[in-house]
Design a protein around this ligand. Structure first.
Ligand SMILES: Nc1ncnc2c1ncn2[C@@H]1O[C@H](COP(=O)(O)OP(=O)(O)O)[C@@H](O)[C@H]1O
Ligand SMILES: [Mg+2]
Length: 296
């Protein structure tokens, strides 16, 4: 018997590349010699369409096989439901899967009345996909963008969950929701469930670069603001200290004290020159140089 790994691609948010990642991971595994079946677990059937099949015309789907399990009825063999797509196989989907989700919801609500031998609504997909385990190295399940019973079923049937996350701050809420769901499934249905990882997708370095530029613009404005105050205060302070030193030196008869006062005066002006030199360079000369660079 093959040692098969079942990975769900799941996140309770649309457009985060779950379907694309399922295809890409499948396409990366098959040239390495692994046999892969991709399971379309979304009533929108994007995976089926993306792999070149029309969901309206596919005969056997994940939904039909789950209905067989739900109704304890006979149906086609699982291997006859698979569609070959280049190097990987596809268990397709169509809108019937939405009806299956409704059936699962009803079944789940009536589970208190169910007998002990009755299969829980959350484990229907696990039983449906069981026959595939002995034929494939990997089963990749593309989940819908929700935390409903289809996703819970996929997690209960999986060894791990891969979470494709769009590199955007709005993605964090969905990550939290999905990780909480994984913990629930692990606690109640599938103790061996692992997190394969969070796959950061749709990363745009131009956005990151723009953010860095924004940060520099803000920092520059702060430096200019602070510098213009430091420049004023330090000039007034340096001038005041100089006046006190000069008057003190004129009034004093102690040459040693006069020398000390001049030494301090020199240090004050050197510090003033350094502080103002750095401030002026950062605030004015550097932007001027980068401006010249842009022109040339
Ligand atoms: N790595 C990527 N970089 C940029 N766009 C991508 C990437 N992967 C997928 N897309 C695009 O993002 C959109 C959503 O991808 P999809 O895989 O359908 O997400 P999901 O299945 O999570 O809803 C599609 O238009 C797809 O072409
Ligand atoms: Mg999708």
């Amino acid at each position: 018997m093959k040692s098969c790994k079942v990975i769900s691609c799941a996140l309770a948010k649309g457009g985060t590349t779950k379907t694309t990642s399922t295809i890409n991971i499948g396409a990366a595994l098959t040239p390495l010699g692994y046999s892969v079946v991709a399971v379309d677990n979304d009533p929108q059937s994007n995976l089926t369409t993306a792999l070149g099949h029309d969901p309206k015309s596919v005969r056997y789907t994940l939904a039909s096989k789950m209905l067989n399990v739900l109704d304890d009825s006979d149906g086609p063999l699982m291997k006859d439901c698979l569609l070959p797509c280049n190097m990987l196989d596809l268990l397709p989907s169509n809108q019937k899967l939405a009806l299956v989700e409704k059936r699962l919801t009803v079944k789940s609500k009536s589970s208190i009345l169910a007998g002990q031998d009755d299969l829980p609504a959350e484990l229907v997909m696990r039983k449906t996909l069981e026959p595939l385990r002995e034929h494939f190295d990997y089963i990749l399940i593309d989940c819908p963008p929700s935390a409903g019973l289809l996703t819970i079923n996929a997690m209960a049937a999986s060894d791990s969950v891969l979470i494709p996350m769009e590199a955007h701050f709005l993605g964090f809420e969905a990550i939290k929701q999905t990780l909480e769901l994984i913990l629930r499934v692990r606690a109640q249905l599938n103790p061996a469930l692992d997190v394969e990882g969070i796959l950061l997708t749709k990363f745009q370095d131009r956005t990151a670069l723009a953010a860095t530029e924004d940060m520099w613009t803000v920092a520059n404005r702060i430096i200019v603001d602070v510098y213009s105050q430091i420049a004023g205060i330090s000039t007034v302070l340096a001038g005041l200290m100089s006046a006190v030193s000069v008057i003190g030196a004129k009034m004093s008869n102690n040459q040693h004290k006069v020398d000390q006062a001049w030494d301090w005066l020199k240090r004050i002006w050197i510090a003033w020159a350094i502080i103002n030199g750095i401030g002026a360079f950062i605030a004015y000369v550097r932007p001027l140089l980068s401006g010249l660079n842009t022109i040339t």
